[in-house]
Design a protein around this ligand. Structure first.
Ligand SMILES: O=P(O)(O)OC[C@H]1O[C@H](OP(=O)(O)OP(=O)(O)O)[C@H](O)[C@@H]1O
Ligand SMILES: Nc1ncnc2[nH]cnc12
Length: 206
């Protein structure tokens, strides 16, 4: 893992932006917790298919102090900002999102893969590197005007986050920012996704 504390990208056919991570010599002090977070993420070559450098956050989850550092950094960023809801993306956004929501006193909204939510849903289909996928959200989970942060573990092309933003905006939510632990290098030169900031803690090493 490399650089630290960011917000953005281009992908999924959408404009993406991120605040660039603090880098040596750019005049900004990097939070000392970021190196530990970066080091705790295991990079597995050729998973789940040849050529993919898989960023495995399960290694970080085995280290409670580092896991807490990651959650704390998001909580410190979003506390006191009038955030009504944290929307977590299935599956790995469900690991970090609820802890952040509880700490800032916000509701948690699961954005799920198709066919998992029992009530009335709205759906958004998006393009992956190979094929398509879909996210769903319960109608009524978000109130018009709710200030929402979208949480996931990683942004690669930005397609998943872009679908999440579209879902929430269709429900008239105010998407304040997207938050991810990891940004892949292809994401790093951008600062927004569909006009929304994307905050990234660390960049993937590969
Ligand atoms: O920026 P993108 O190119 O859209 O990719 C990022 C998404 O890919 C991964 O999820 P995945 O679709 O593998 O699902 P999973 O969490 O269920 O494993 C990751 O957790 C993000 O949600
Ligand atoms: N390189 C990667 N590692 C982990 N999850 C991913 N989702 C999309 N690309 C990924």
């Amino acid at each position: 893992m490399g650089e630290q504390g960011t917000s953005g990208s281009e992908g999924g056919g959408s404009m993406v932006e991120a605040q660039a991570p603090a880098k040596k010599g750019d005049g900004r002090a990097a939070d000392p917790r970021l190196q530990g977070i970066s080091d705790a993420i295991r990079v597995v070559p050729h998973f789940p298919k040849p050529g993919i450098m898989f960023n495995d956050i399960t290694a970080l989850l085995l280290r409670p102090g580092v896991f807490k550092d990651a959650v704390d950094m998001f909580v410190e960023r979003y506390r006191g900002m009038g955030i009504a809801a944290v929307a977590g993306i299935e599956a790995r956004g469900f690991i970090f999102g609820p802890a952040i929501a509880l700490a800032i006193g916000a509701k948690f909204i699961p954005l799920r893969k198709p066919g998992k939510l029992p009530g009335e849903v709205i759906s958004e289909t998006y393009t992956l590197e190979y094929g398509t996928d879909c996210l769903e959200m319960h109608v009524g989970a978000v109130e018009p005007g709710d200030r929402v942060v979208v949480v996931d573990d990683l942004v690669a092309t930005g397609g998943t986050l872009s679908a999440a933003i579209k879902l929430l905006e269709r429900a008239a939510a105010d998407v304040v920012e997207c938050a991810c632990l990891i940004g892949l290098p292809k994401f790093k030169d951008f600062y927004k996704l569909d006009g929304k900031p994307v905050y990234i803690l660390v960049e993937s090493r590969k």
